[in-house]
Design a protein around this ligand. Structure first.
Ligand SMILES: [Zn+2]
Length: 256
């Protein structure tokens, strides 16, 4: 199965990760990977999320879909490289319409807003938790072709629409084994990401633990993100806008 995993997405020797254990603070911010187990076909998740995902995958197969993982756990170092690369102009930044953003022409707060629309601040990515993953239907792609994770792929009638409609139905019926869409609707922060699923039974317990104090400690240990001067002043507002997700985990029914 094709995956987008890179060396930094692969945890080292998996310890004795146990389904009943919650990630500790360093794991919550992507600085430690001892809470993970490997998924069949690539990627890593918390054991409880991994077990639930395999059930969902089995049921998807029976419905005619190959529920595949584009990206599961991602560590702090990888998120820092993405973040710094975008702010340095070394990685492309796009607007909602898919047009390139001329970063060098923008003041720093607007640069940060453009990056935050599609990329999490290092330490705040839900992909650090081991509860969240990006999925696609591998049976809808030619062998070996990787998904782009773009809005076009998940639009009505597009390659992965049928899989996501099936997932919507499962979530609405309460039969998604705990998975929901934290970014299913546009609340003005992170752009809608239909491909991003989250394991609610764990994720809803982890989200409140991500405080500004923990985040500042993670930056100290893991390396400071670019744009830090503007970030520190507006951190509580940034966390509220880009990280917090409303309660009520049937994401397809989330209120605006
Ligand atoms: Zn994602």
């Amino acid at each position: 199965m094709p995956t987008m995993a890179t060396a930094t997405d692969r945890p080292g020797a998996a310890g004795a990760a146990r389904a009943r254990d919650l990630p500790d603070d360093r794991q919550l911010v992507g600085l430690d990977d001892g809470h993970l187990v490997p998924l069949a076909g690539g990627g890593h998740l918390h054991p409880a999320a991994a077990a639930a995902f395999e059930k969902l995958r089995t049921e998807a197969r029976a419905a005619g879909f190959d529920l595949a993982v584009a990206s599961a756990w991602r560590g702090y170092a990888r998120q820092l490289a993405i973040w710094n690369g975008k702010l340095a102009g070394e990685r492309p930044v796009h607007d909602d319409a898919g047009r390139p953003v001329a970063m060098a022409d923008l003041p720093l707060p607007e640069q940060l807003a453009a990056v935050l629309r599609f990329s999490a601040l290092p330490g705040t990515s839900r992909h650090h938790w081991g509860t969240d993953l990006d999925v696609y239907d591998a049976s809808a792609l030619p062998a070996g072709v990787k998904p782009a994770l773009s809005p076009e792929e998940v639009a009505p009638g597009a390659d992965f629409d049928a899989l996501h409609c099936w997932l919507d139905e499962r979530m609405a019926a309460g039969e998604s084994h705990g998975f929901y869409r934290p970014y299913g609707v546009d609340r003005g922060g992170v752009a809608p990401e239909r491909w991003h699923l989250s394991y609610a039974p764990l994720a809803t317990r982890l989200a409140p633990r991500l405080t500004t104090a923990l985040l500042l400690r993670s930056w100290e240990e893991g390396g400071q993100p670019a744009g830090l001067s503007a970030l520190v002043d507006s951190l509580p507002a940034l966390l509220a806008r880009y990280v917090a997700v409303p309660e009520g985990w049937a994401g397809s029914r989330a209120t605006a």
